[in-house]
Each structure stands twice: as structure tokens, then as C-alpha cells.
Design a protein around this ligand. Structure first.
Ligand SMILES: [Zn+2]
Length: 134
């Protein structure tokens, strides 16, 4: 409970019961679309609306407290980790997991440093691998 409270406080944002539970729901889910977050929050706050959960998630994303990612088939997932990183995406079950592979990132980065893309400056690399979990 203390973690999100101190984040909100440090940013001068109001601490509300709804905001705390939305954060903890995403902390549990790690990556989730808004409707999945709603289901988890409603276990403790049954009357919370989808719009309220959405607004809180968008506020957190705007403040870089959480991340936001679109899958290649255009589904929006909120991500408890806000820094850029790569993902595994199982498109049939709509499941996202982190894929932290510094070696792959270094490999692509090295390649692109040699290759250079004309008229484009590279800031970061995030990779989405599409497949299915066993
Ligand atoms: Zn992630």
C-alpha cells in the first residue's frame, strides 16, 4: 500500500481509495487491458465504473507511473513497468509478458549503429515477439 501512496504524494496528486486499488490491481496483473483491471478492482470496490478506472490508468500513464503498450493487433495494455522494454505477446489469448533480454537489445542496437536508417534518429528499441505460450 505504501508504494503508490508515496508516488502520488511526491507528485502532488490526491491519494484516493480508487487510485490505490487501481494501482494494486495492475501490480497484480502486470499487463492488462482496462476491462481486466476493472474486474480486479471491482472485487474490492464493486461500484467503480470503467470510466473511473480508465481515467486513473490514463493519469498514471501520463505521469509515467505506469506504461502503456499497443499490441500488433491494436489492443491497449497497461503495464506496471513504465520504462521501455520488450514483450512476448500471445495474440490468441491476449496475454503479454515482459521479455528482458539485454543481449538481443544490444545485438539490434549494434546492428542499427552500423546500418543507420536514413533520415531517422533512433532513441530506443522495444521488441514485441508474437507467438503463443505452451
Ligand atoms: Zn511490460
Amino acid at each position: 500500500m505504501e508504494h503508490i501512496k508515496s508516488i502520488l504524494k511526491a507528485r502532488g496528486l490526491k491519494i484516493t481509495v480508487q487510485r490505490i486499488h487501481v494501482y494494486h490491481a495492475l501490480e497484480k496483473l502486470k499487463h492488462a487491458p482496462v476491462d481486466e483491471v476493472v474486474k480486479v478492482v471491482q472485487l474490492v470496490l464493486p461500484s467503480i465504473t470503467i470510466a473511473a478506472v480508465y481515467n486513473i490508468l490514463e493519469l498514471y500513464a501520463k505521469e509515467d507511473i505506469i506504461g502503456r503498450m499497443h499490441t500488433t493487433d491494436n489492443k491497449l495494455f497497461y503495464d506496471i513497468t513504465s520504462t521501455p522494454h520488450s514483450h512476448l505477446y500471445a495474440s490468441t489469448e491476449h496475454r503479454v509478458e515482459d521479455f528482458m533480454d539485454e543481449e538481443l537489445k544490444a545485438l539490434v542496437s549494434d546492428y542499427l549503429q552500423r546500418k543507420e536508417i536514413s533520415g531517422f534518429n533512433l532513441d530506443d528499441i522495444t521488441i514485441q515477439l508474437i507467438g503463443h505460450f505452451e
